[in-house]
Design a binder for this molecule. Structure first.
Ligand SMILES: NC(=O)c1ccc[n+]([C@@H]2O[C@H](COP(=O)([O-])OP(=O)(O)OC[C@H]3O[C@@H](n4cnc5c(N)ncnc54)[C@H](OP(=O)(O)O)[C@@H]3O)[C@@H](O)[C@H]2O)c1
Length: 275
């Protein structure tokens, strides 16, 4: 049986960090391409922001059911309950495509360089990796068990990664480390689960709260100026641009499972069609 197509099929999709920034744009862009009766689950800590994303998705994708799960993925004590809420009472056989987008993340405290960290930072570091690494591992495994391999079912898992996974930047040591580890996690899943499509998508520099936080808070002048230059030189992307590129990559479906694909690796759709 041929694999279900990426878009237009009845899809169950979870988007972490769906309350703002890139996650919100991905929610609207992809939902508009899902088939009727699809379900999108948005999660983040801010219920008000999730509700706003839900409203935006419903405006562009009226045939899609959108639900909101308020959850703090840095909280180890509530993680199990959060995972159950995300998949809920979903009947796996109702869907032709299941898609998990691991997008939620945070930038670390950028007021220090790596060597300034001390043993008093252990709790902070553990909590940082709880959100940025451990919760993604637990959610991905939970997702794959909830939606086991089935004839005709397409399964896709995306990790929203960063250039920092492969190129270190100063003062974002935990972020760089977490993104590198997530990519290796995804590559390991890819060889263990060959029938699932895994993608490390690097969204490029995007104008979001995270970008502004780096400019405001990094104590490294060189890093701050490099980030600021992106805006001055008009290289900074809008969330909808990177979401559209992700859609192009998914639709093309020609990436190697587990690969790192950057926004700038793939021509825009217009360039694609004219060449
Ligand atoms: N912006 C860029 O230039 C850029 C570049 C490369 C990669 N990325 C990656 O793109 C992804 C999205 O980033 P963004 O720029 O859109 O950042 P953002 O605007 O800061 O959004 C971060 C998202 O993560 C959620 N989140 C944060 N802490 C959470 C927690 N403890 N529990 C649950 N959810 C939490 C936030 O929701 P709540 O606050 O509601 O919890 C929010 O929806 C991230 O993986 C980031 O590393 C961004």
């Amino acid at each position: 049986m041929a694999a279900t197509q990426v878009f237009d099929s009845k899809t169950f999709c979870i988007i972490t960090g769906g309350s703002r920034g890139i996650g919100r744009a991905i929610a609207a862009t992809l939902s508009a391409k899902f088939g009727p009766g699809s379900t999108v689950v948005l999660t983040g800590r801010s219920t008000a922001d999730l509700n706003e994303t839900q409203r935006q998705v419903q405006a562009v994708a009226p045939g899609v059911n959108v639900s909101v799960v308020t959850a703090d993925l840095a909280n180890a004590g509530t993680l199990s309950e959060s995972l159950s809420s995300l998949t809920g009472t979903t009947n796996p056989s109702d869907f032709q495509h299941v898609l998990l987008i691991n997008n939620a993340a945070s930038i670390n405290d950028m007021s220090r360089y790596m060597k300034q960290m001390t043993a008093s930072d252990v709790d902070y570091v553990q909590q940082y990796f709880m959100l940025n690494l451990t919760s993604m591992l637990m959610l991905t495994s939970h997702f794959l068990r909830t939606f086991p391999k089935r004839e005709g079912l397409r399964r896709t898992v995306i990790n929203v990664t960063s250039l920092c996974a492969i190129k270190p930047m100063k003062t974002s040591g935990l972020y760089n480390t977490g993104k590198a580890a997530r990519e290796m996690m995804v590559r390991t899943y890819a060889i263990e689960e060959p029938d699932v499509r895994f993608l490390n998508y690097s969204p490029g520099p995007v104008d979001t709260d995270m970008y502004r936080e780096i400019i405001d808070k990094s104590i490294d002048q060189e890093f701050r100026e490099m980030m600021r230059d992106l805006e001055t030189k008009n290289v900074l992307l809008k969330p909808h641009q990177t979401a559209a590129k992700l859609a192009v990559i998914l639709e093309g479906d020609d990436y190697e499972s587990g690969a790192h694909v950057d926004y700038f690796d793939v021509p825009d759709k217009e360039e694609n069609t004219s060449s």
